[in-house]
Design a binder for this molecule. Structure first.
Ligand SMILES: Nc1nc2c(ncn2[C@@H]2O[C@H](COP(=O)(O)OP(=O)(O)OP(=O)(O)O)[C@@H](O)[C@H]2O)c(=O)[nH]1
Ligand SMILES: [Mg+2]
Length: 324
């Protein structure tokens, strides 16, 4: 095995990514209207208006209630002349929910091959996220292999192969219709034989309500566990942020089925309302690993809670590019 100093961790999110996130996240919290709360008490009328804004931003009923309660407590304590503005208090409360979920994916040197299984509903961005992640990991100096575990569509295998070719990364695949558990098992075994560091396994899209397909995922997990009982070392759910509250249901049910260890949130550049991330962070104790803001490899970065909250709280008027 190659010499390494410690676990490989995806670095914190870059300044360039943050600026693109700020520009591309169109539907943030409408806190421009909350500026007049500055320094004041959160009375019932203001609380109601804030509640509307949070619900509109997809924060969801439970997390919204928790945020309003948190603000009430803080604003009651903090009314002196130098008191923080309500916006700053809101920032703190949001960070309290999101910060504990900001754990970068760690690939310990002792675990080889490190198997990452990508799951999610149809079209969430699994294959694209694998492509982006494969490039990111191989740029960090680790060898990567892709496993074409979506055997339902021939096009899915080709899509993965295209990402592989672009980044000179081998792809293990079988015929369309093959058993995904067998494809992923074989790739994992091949990676072990060849001394590959990281295997990224694609799977077909499935709805969390399709019991048969969810059982198929459990079989994939059990299969990998026969080679290494800790595998898959990462079970990452890819979530399309534009699905709103439905993304929360997906996260809950995939977590129940296979025990997620990470979440990648895609399409924060589209019509998504970023508040869904707050809802998920509030409801599930699963690390949020990556954010996707476009289709290119560079359009993904590590989830950074502070940067995300700042983008969420950015007044709409400050935003140039495509802010309408
Ligand atoms: N705008 C935008 N598009 C994205 C993002 N991530 C993925 N996409 C696009 O979303 C579409 C679906 O992505 P895929 O990676 O094929 O999704 P998938 O989950 O593998 O889909 P299935 O294999 O059909 O289940 C593609 O057109 C991607 O380019 C993102 O962060 N932003
Ligand atoms: Mg796919």
């Amino acid at each position: 095995m190659k010499e390494r100093t410690g676990p490989q961790e995806a670095q914190s999110s870059s300044a360039g990514f943050f600026s693109r996130l700020r520009h591309r996240l169109h539907r943030r919290l409408g806190v421009g209207q909350l500026d007049w709360l500055a320094g004041g008490q959160l009375d019932d009328e203001l609380a109601e208006q804030l509640e509307d804004q949070l619900l509109l931003a997809d924060v969801g009923v439970d997390a919204t209630r928790r945020i309003i309660d948190g603000l009430r407590r803080r604003s009651a304590k903090d009314t002196g002349p130098g008191s923080e503005s309500m916006r700053e208090l809101l920032r703190e409360v949001l960070l309290e929910i999101l910060q504990p979920r900001a754990h970068a994916l760690s690939i310990p040197t002792a675990v080889r091959p490190f198997l990452i299984l990508m799951v999610g509903v149809n079209g969430a961005g699994k294959t694209t996220t694998i492509g982006k992640l494969a490039k990111r990991i191989s740029d960090q100096g680790l060898s990567v292999m892709l496993a074409a575990g979506d055997t339902y569509r021939a096009a899915a295998i080709e899509q993965l192969q295209a990402w592989g070719e672009r980044n000179a990364i081998p792809v293990i695949s079988q015929e369309p219709g093959a058993d995904p558990a067998a494809v992923i098992f074989d790739a994992f075994e091949a990676a072990r034989a060849r001394g590959v560091d990281v295997v990224l396994a694609d799977t077909a899209g499935r709805l969390q309500t399709q019991a048969g397909l969810m059982r198929e995922l459990e079989k994939v997990v059990r299969g990998a566990g026969r080679l290494d009982e800790a595998a898959p070392h990462e079970k990452m759910l890819v979530l399309d942020a534009s699905l709103g509250q439905n993304a929360l249901n997906q996260a809950i049910e995939f977590h129940e089925a296979i025990g997620l260890t990470g979440i990648a949130m895609t399409k924060l550049d589209g019509g998504a309302r970023g508040g869904i991330l707050v809802a998920i962070a509030d409801r599930l104790d699963v690390p949020i690993r990556f954010l996707g803001i476009g289709e290119q490899a560079s359009d993904m970065d590590v989830f950074d809670a502070e940067q995300f909250v700042d983008a969420l709280l950015e007044p709409h008027a400050d935003v140039g590019e495509g802010s309408t």
